[in-house]
Design a protein around this ligand. Structure first.
Ligand code: 0O2
Length: 237
């Protein structure tokens, strides 16, 4: 009798282990699809940078950073968004920044130029655009966000993968990185005077962007009247 009990316990454990392994494999496949989508976008950006550099003798991109969200960060976002009974389809639909590419450009004009060149490509589908440069967040956050879909060709067929691309200038990136660190340091409970200082700093960063772009244009003999702010890019908000 004791032996029978032990055997049934072992078989239940084995089933649980095998189910856990299957779930782990599915999750790894799920994340790999995002990694492929991210790599497609990285390649597109890198081709644009190289071609632009050769054709115009000018590189509009300072640096590019990419990441696939960690499982912990996905789980945290599922909880934050209150997604009940999450399955892969639900997560795919609700969490659109699992694959993220951040393109830091020299000037605001470059941000819009790169955005236009990428989103005009035939195989890219634009889902949502949030223009936080034309309409900054109340804390001063600026960036141009687009959630797009890019095709990935696997052995099992084609797949459309959502990727969030954030375009920003060096000054916007500097501000956002420090702001993120401060919020992390205070576990999101930032003292009021620091929140105010951060918003002031965002204004200073925006002013610096304009000054540097003016200087750049003057140095390259581009008429200043062309420095009017580009029209906001908005889709599907
Ligand atoms: P991480 O670690 O960068 O990925 P969402 O939360 O994405 O479903 P939301 O808030 O409408 O919905 O998305 P939005 O406005 O497009 O912003 C998402 C991302 O933009 C954030 O991702 C940040 O990367 C960046 N971001 C937005 N607002 C701020 C801000 O005020 N300060 C800073 N430093 N970054 C910001 P995650 O998932 O929050 O983090």
């Amino acid at each position: 009798m004791r032996n029978v009990e032990r055997m049934s316990t072992v078989s239940v454990d084995e089933r649980a282990i095998s189910e856990a392994k299957e779930l782990r494999d599915q999750f790894q496949r799920f994340l790999r699809e995002y990694e492929f989508g991210m790599r497609e976008v990285e390649t597109k950006i890198s081709i644009l940078r190289d071609e632009f550099t050769h054709h115009h003798a000018y590189n509009p991109i300072e640096h590019v950073k990419s990441r696939v969200k960690t499982p912990d960060s996905i789980v945290e976002k599922i909880a934050r968004k209150g997604i009940e009974e999450p399955d892969f389809a639900r997560i795919r639909e609700e969490i659109t920044d699992i694959a993220g590419v951040r393109v830091t450009c020299s000037f605001i004009a470059d941000v819009y130029r790169l955005f236009d060149l990428l989103t005009a490509q035939d195989d890219i589908t634009v889902r949502v655009v949030k223009d936080y440069i034309a309409n900054p967040k109340p804390n001063g956050y600026k960036s141009l966000h687009v959630i797009l879909e890019v095709p990935v060709f696997l052995s099992t067929g084609a797949l459309s993968v959502p990727v969030e691309v954030q375009f920003r200038t060096i000054a916007m990136d500097f501000w956002a990185s420090l702001e993120h660190k401060i919020y992390y340091k205070f576990s999101n409970q930032v003292p009021a005077h620091l929140v105010e200082s951060l918003t002031d700093a965002a204004d200073a960063a925006a002013e610096l962007d304009l000054r540097m772009e003016r200087l750049h244009r003057e140095a390259h003999g581009v008429p200043q009247r062309q420095l009017a702010p580009p029209p906001p890019r908005v889709v599907g908000v």
